[in-house]
Design a protein around this ligand. Structure first.
Ligand code: ZN
Length: 55
């Protein structure tokens, strides 16, 4: 059994397979939306939303 190469490294849109890419729900820039580690928001927007939610 072989382990897949570094799937859990830091998110990098350029390293993300195109089928997993989509535009961010907030800023519409390309982001890793689907699959493992995917999120409808890009990291920048996620940070913004999390910061706003903490208030
Ligand atoms: Zn965004």
């Amino acid at each position: 059994m072989t382990t897949p190469p570094a799937l859990h490294r830091q998110l990098d849109v350029r390293a993300c397979p195109p089928p997993l890419l989509g535009s961010c729900a907030r800023c519409h820039r390309p982001a890793h939306r689907f699959g493992e580690g995917g999120n409808p928001l890009c990291p920048a927007c996620r940070e913004h939303v999390e910061a706003a939610g903490r208030r």
